[in-house]
Design a protein around this ligand. Structure first.
Ligand code: MG
Length: 335
């Protein structure tokens, strides 16, 4: 029974998880949270992960009641993501692989999300909406690749939310997106904002710069509250995502829509997609926050699939890559 340790750390979460034949044995995570008004820069984020990762690995093994000798491979996030955090995780993965004499499996982070969602949602061939702080993609499997049908042309939707939270000094604890979601529930007035959809692609940079320009004036004049602005941002951004996802669903005729990534936790986004899926006779498969937010178990699961077909990574090829598109990976483990 192949057992894989997965290490993740492409952004501000760092995690270690163990998967054995479709069973998640452990999943430990730590988050680097910055003060209100601040994002997470690569250097300090990497230092946070360096301080946390070995403890998380020890805890993940203890939770799984395993010793290093019980592992068959060490999977790690090769990319995409931020350079310093990725480098820290890759260095730990390489060190453990050599100490424990186990093969390395370099995993594409986006593929990790998809494989975890496929495991949990039990949808074999879903259309995937991957929405997070670093990525916004509509993905479907075709001819041995996870093909990108639609994506953001600039900012990821989560980055747009994070930067709006920064503008308003909204807390980053537990995450800016969570706090925007709570504020948005009390919003009553919809402020008209730029809505940019191009085919199956979306763009959020104009929406963000418009908000940055008008927010001080709207708040000062009392035309809108912080709650109204959070509500309007969510309604606009999530409508864009729902529109492009519906277009991809119509094209692929997929029976299931898998929702993954940190923004996938948002209940309002889930609700909008649910309404759209119901109208089309498709089934929405959301993942819960333990697994949709970046985590080690998802890297272990993708690594398990790759190990199964012998797709391991030589030490000399184990460097990180900040830009690593989902469709660069040959998905040899699926028919
Ligand atoms: Mg992610």
């Amino acid at each position: 029974m192949p057992t894989v340790l997965g290490l993740e750390g492409s952004a501000n979460k760092v995690g270690a998880g163990v998967v054995r034949d479709g069973v998640i044995l452990s999943n430990r995570r730590a988050t680097y949270v910055t003060p209100p008004g601040h994002g997470f820069a690569p250097g300090p984020t990497g230092r946070h992960h360096r301080g946390a990762l070995l403890g998380l690995v020890a805890d993940a093994l203890a939770d799984a009641r395993l010793r290093p000798s019980d592992l068959d491979a060490i999977a790690f996030t090769k990319g995409p993501g931020m350079g310093a955090p990725l480098s820290v995780v890759a260095a730990v993965a390489r060190t453990l692989a050599q100490l424990w004499h186990r093969p390395l499996v370099g995993v594409n982070h986006c593929v990790g999300h998809i494989e975890m969602g496929r495991l949990l949602g039990r949808a074999r061939d879903p259309l995937v909406l991957y929405v997070s702080g670093g990525n916004t993609q509509v993905i479907a499997f075709s001819r041995r690749r996870y093909r990108i049908f639609g994506e953001t042309l600039d900012l990821a939707v989560g980055n747009c939310l994070d930067r709006f939270a920064r503008l308003l000094q909204i807390s980053n604890d537990p995450s800016p997106g969570y706090n925007i979601e709570q504020l948005a529930r009390r919003g009553t007035r919809l402020v008209e904002l730029p809505y940019v959809v191009k085919g199956m692609d979306v763009s959020f940079s104009g929406l963000l710069s418009h908000l940055q320009a008008v927010t001080p004036k709207l708040l000062a004049s009392g035309e809108a509250t912080v709650e109204d602005l959070c509500f309007s941002l969510q309604e606009t951004a999530f409508s864009m995502l729902t529109e492009v996802t519906e277009r991809a669903l119509a094209l692929t005729r997929a029976p299931h829509l898998l929702l993954v990534g940190g923004v996938a936790c948002n209940r309002r986004l889930q609700q909008m997609l649910q309404t759209m899926c119901q109208a089309r006779g498709a089934q929405l498969c959301p993942t819960d926050e333990r697994y949709c937010i970046d985590n080690g178990a998802m890297i272990a699961q993708a690594g398990w699939e790759m190990l199964r077909v012998g797709q391991v990574t030589e030490l000399a090829q184990s460097g990180i890559t900040q830009r690593y598109r989902t469709d660069e990976v040959e998905v040899t483990w699926r028919d």
